[in-house]
Design a protein around this ligand. Structure first.
Ligand code: PLP
Length: 400
């Protein structure tokens, strides 16, 4: 079993890989023009929000100019928005949730930051299957938490014995992200049930501790699942599951910053609402006070809709074809909008540099805790994916 412990500084170093690509991209675009560069470095959803958003935004504009229309709102979110999101999650998770079981956060990012602020003491550990979304190190590092990366198996599925071996008395949470950024993996029901069994067993060993081990499920990509893949509902599996998510990707409203945290009602019965009330307080005092009110009203009205997922499916299939034709090896992602192929020749930084010479932007896997791979976002127009085909072939040939 191999684990990698991530300090705040190490996480900042990894984040700089993405920053470096971003800056390189700007440079290339300035030099050769926007159209000459094929940028697969960022997961910034460009598909328009559902058309219904237009009419809702007009209505919200009328509400907004009333007294307090743009004023502070309750820390946990506008009650009608909490109810709407609880209904949406009830259907998605197959269990009855009320508005009191969910709080509205500033995206999934601050849902996680909020959870870590509420639960971690300095030195506490958070286990994450790797490769993983690089900002996790910062999210828990803000409060002295330590991210402990446990490599997944070769096909990016969970290595349950390795996770079991990484648990210590300081382990406070296991952070699972499915569909996954950067690999596109979706964890199966069996994998999740095995993880739950591990957590339940650990908590039984901790007795009636006020510091149980949690699973925090980060699901901003939940609706992006291809070819009939099922994303199992994790919240009903145990009272120790806390669910985080957002509408950044599903409704293309990343800039409006609406996310949520939902707690299993059985936990609220068991802890007398302690976790929920701490999360609510933290949601206010982290400095952003409440999630944007226009975004909350918009999400409340359209949270059950999605962007046009067919567009993502076509991009996903095209990216798979382009990589296969370039002879680049990859595990077919079943969800999200990323590919995590092997770097031909084995050196991810060298391959990313060779791609740069072709004006193709990608991020080295080292930035996600797995050297030897690269990450490509497929949230990119089909024309750009097609245009990059020859460049992928040439760069792969140079590196082999
Ligand atoms: N979690 C993962 C795995 C992500 O990829 C992202 C953003 O890309 C986030 C969380 C944060 O998303 P949000 O915009 O909802 O804060």
């Amino acid at each position: 079993m191999q684990t990698v412990t991530d300090s705040f500084h190490a996480a900042a170093g990894k984040a700089s890989f993405i920053r470096k690509m971003f800056e390189k991209g700007l440079e290339l675009k300035q030099q050769f023009g926007e159209d000459a560069v094929c940028d697969f470095s960022l997961g910034n959803p460009d598909v328009p929000p559902p058309e219904s958003a237009r009419e809702v935004l007009h209505r919200i504009a009328d509400e907004a100019v009333r007294p307090l229309g743009l004023g502070y709102c309750p820390n946990a979110g506008i009650p009608a928005c909490r109810e709407a999101i609880a209904d949406y999650l009830s259907r998605q998770q197959g269990m009855r949730l009320s508005g009191n079981d969910a709080i509205i956060t500033v995206g999934a990012a601050s849902a996680l930051v909020c959870f870590f602020r509420a639960t971690l003491d300095p030195g506490d550990e958070v286990i994450v299957p790797s490769p993983y979304f690089v900002e996790y190190g910062n999210y828990c590092g803000h409060f002295g938490g330590v991210l402990k990366a446990v490599p997944t198996k070769e096909d990016f599925s969970l290595d349950i014995p390795a996770i079991a071996a990484a648990i210590t008395p300081k382990t406070r949470a296991i952070l699972v992200n499915s569909p996954n950024n950067p690999t596109g993996a979706i964890y199966s029901r069996e994998e999740l049930l095995a993880l739950i069994a591990l957590v339940e067993e650990t908590n039984a060993g901790r007795g009636d501790s006020e510091r149980p081990l949690f699973i925090v499920a980060d699901e901003p990509y939940r609706v992006f699942a291809y070819d009939g893949a099922e994303v199992p509902a994790i919240l009903p599996m145990s009272k120790f599951v806390v669910l985080a998510g957002s509408f950044s990707k599903t409704l293309s409203m990343a800039g409006e910053r609406i996310g949520y945290l939902a707690v299993n009602p059985a936990l609220t019965v068991a802890d007398g609402g302690a976790l929920l009330s701490t999360l609510t307080l933290v949601n206010r005092t982290l400095g952003y006070v409440n999630a944007p009110v226009i975004g909350q009203r918009l999400a409340a009205a359209i949270c059950c809709e999605t962007v046009d997922l067919e567009i993502y499916k076509r991009r996903h299939d095209l990216m798979a074809k382009v990589l296969s034709e370039a002879g680049i090896e990859f595990t077919m992602p079943r969800g999200a909008f990323y590919f995590f192929p092997k770097a031909p020749g084995g050196d991810d930084v060298k391959f990313v540099d060779a791609l740069l010479k072709e004006k193709i932007l990608a991020v080295p896997g080292s930035g996600f805790g797995r050297a030897g791979y690269i990450r490509l976002s497929s949230a990119v127009d089909e024309k750009i994916i097609a245009r990059a085909a020859e460049g992928f072939k040439r760069a792969a040939d140079v590196c082999r």
